[in-house]
Design a protein around this ligand. Structure first.
Ligand code: OGA
Ligand code: MN
Length: 210
């Protein structure tokens, strides 16, 4: 027995990713799991486990709030039951992506992210210059359903034809896109903005660390 999403939803995501490079599913995560993950994220934040996210890699890594202002904690399996259920779901999505797109995705890395009021993440792509293992980005929002457009915090995606699309960060919504090809940004929010962000990765050589 699987918990939702059912296989047809996973197939839709894979098909949309193949056709246009992204997919948005407003009702992806069950409500109860969304709530439990939000609580877990808030608990970790209250216990001081989330740290300001850095930009760049290796020795060039630094915290620059003007570019990226979220606080994050990387997930490890076996720490909390709701997180493990989330990781299980994402593994089913990974397998569906491999069956449909032959991407050879081998692992998934993810972190909680909390954007305090005013925090943003300027336009970027989710791939490092010296590390092309990240293939597909997956963001799931953990905010309550009362989130209003006025609260800000939209994910803005920039398509090749110049069109932009904004996603409201409402709890349970999933957005996936090709990591190396979709420039995007996070607009500042007026409330704490919670999410789980992750990347499906293919095998690659560990980049050379100085
Ligand atoms: C990221 C990112 C988008 C979002 O963490 O790289 O772009 O909507 N997040 O939280
Ligand atoms: Mn990103």
């Amino acid at each position: 027995m699987h918990i939702s999403p059912d296989d047809s939803l996973l197939t839709r995501i894979v098909d949309e990713l193949a056709e246009r490079g992204w997919s948005q599913q407003d009702i992806f995560l069950p409500e109860a799991l969304t709530r439990e993950l939000a609580l877990e994220c808030c608990k970790r934040a209250a216990e001081g486990e989330l740290a300001p996210a850095a930009v760049g890699r290796g020795p060039a890594q630094e915290v620059r709030e003007g570019i990226r202002g979220d606080h994050i904690q990387w997930l490890e399996p076996g720490q909390a039951e709701p997180c493990d259920r989330y990781l299980g779901l994402m593994d089913r999505l990974r397998q569906a992506l491999n069956r449909g797109l032959f991407l050879g995705l081998e692992d998934f890395e993810s972190h909680f992210a909390l954007y305090p009021p005013g925090a943003l993440y300027r336009r970027h792509v989710d791939r490092f210059r010296d590390d092309d293992r990240r293939m597909v980005s997956a963001v799931i929002y953990l905010n309550d359903a009362c989130w209003q457009p006025d609260d800000g915090g939209q994910l803005r995606m920039f398509f090749k034809d110049g069109v932009e699309h904004d996603v409201q960060p409402i709890g349970g919504c999933l957005v996936v896109f090709l990591s190396g090809e979709m420039p995007h940004e996070v607009l500042p929010a007026r409330r704490d903005r919670l999410s789980l962000t992750g990347w499906f990765r293919r095998r690659g050589n560990e980049p050379f660390e100085f």
